[in-house]
Write a new protein. Sequence first.
Lengths: 95, 482
Amino acid sequence: MSLDRTDVEKIAHLARIAISEDEIPATTAKLSGILDLIDKMQAVDTSNVTPLAHPLETIQRLRADEVTESNQRDAYQAIAPATEEGLYLVPKVIE
Amino acid sequence: MQWEIVIGLEIHAQLTTASKIFSGSATTFGAEPNTQASLIDLGMPGTLPVLNAQAVRNAVKFGLAIDAEIGMTNVFARKNYFYPDLPKGYQTSQMDHPIVGKGHLDITLDDGTVKRVGVTRAHLEEDAGKSLHEDFHGMSGIDLNRAGTPLLEIVSEPDMRSAKEAVAYAKTIHSLVRYLGICDGNMAEGSLRCDCNVSIRPKGQAEFGTRCEIKNVNSFRFIEKAINTEVQRQIELIEDGGKVVQETRLYDPNKDETRSMRSKEEANDYRYFPCPDLLPVVLEPSFIEEVRGELPELPQQKRERFESQFGLSTYDASVLSASRELADYFEQVQQTCGDAKLAANWVMGELSSLLNKEGLDIEQSPVSATQLGGMILRIKDNTISGKIAKMVFEALAAGEGDSADAIIDAKGLKQVTDSGAIEAMLDEVLAANAAQVEQYRASDEAKRGKMFGFFVGQAMKASKGKANPQQVNELLRKKLEG
């Protein structure tokens, strides 16, 4: 399966990754190569194999419903670029 | 053209837990911004989620209550999108293997008919944070206290055919999650939020029309209004030769209209994949049975019991079983007075209108169930009439006495049942209205009914409402005929 330029631009946008104009051909080729490999794997008959959700053969452990965290806001916000009134400030996002 | 409306709802119920779904942060509502947001909730590199056992238990409880298949092996997946109140860049949710599979729920419509609505699935997921767009020097403020709060997203089949049915379904879910104690149902605080999928199709057509999703409707009244407004918009659009575009819309209650929120089709490309940070959740049959054993009597079971045990109508039984608190109150009144019908009438009548007027919940009722039951006992043993009882009830509500008996004593409201005393009083009334008595006796049967009412009114007034009405009727008739 081969991707074209618009596919790559769309994927880059969805992943919020900036790709410069001259990177596009190489990226397109690499991603298409990965999809080719997936095509090969798709060809294997897996009708008798249970789908795998996780490579580790163990199950999720659960946590007791207890509050174990305390307020560390000041420590966490010390590395934030901008805060005000306890809020993290980000570029305006309203649409 | 006759249109058929097709509605499916997605309800997000915030699960009642002390801590978040994947971290040990508190979930208390209304805390100072970001004081309940830990490194995990902030999506810091190197942190790992650990699933909250109570969230799992709550979801299973819901599944069992709607008779659903339980996902004995269920899997968390990442739903990828970018928004600043979603620090990880993905929401941890469930996709192909949800914890609750196909189930169903019976809803009671206004006319008393029962309709079965399918539930497609219900899955566990984390809530996002909150964005505040007020002016922070041209920036947005982010509060991540809500990020990671456990949600159960309950997805219905497109089985509803009117806004009223959709509201009935939403109310049934609301009542159910509160009965189960898995969600506080507080819609104003966002504990229960509803997305409505609405489409229309020509009556008789099998395939569905294109649907629009109305996001985040936060009251039952708005669910009904938003759906009706959206249906009207779609009908007008199609009848004018246009086409419905699949999109997300917002309901504006002030303008009573829905408007397009975004049409970014690509934003819906969530690229789900199994979350590598979480292992599959495997439930043991013994755990399922343990949770089944914790299920309380459910609204529907309670309604059926109220009908069979107390002989109440379907309507009365469904009103009284709508919330656990109201049902408990009613049952306590019933136990105190031993008369289910009178108890139902008073709870649904005087008490409900009092609570409505004062804007109170049943738990805040100024009249306790024991007080109301005690008062009904006095109606039953003829100490007071139904009319006087309303005065006693008002006095109880105003806190003028601890019990109906105390108020009846203090105000001298005891009903007069001594027929001698009633006769004497009637003689006075008839003497004072001699002309009317003459008129009555001269009239034919047809006209007498209304005139008789006049004498009853005068007699009750003379006795300040305390004379036993049956006795007044009986004795008065005798005297007038005689």
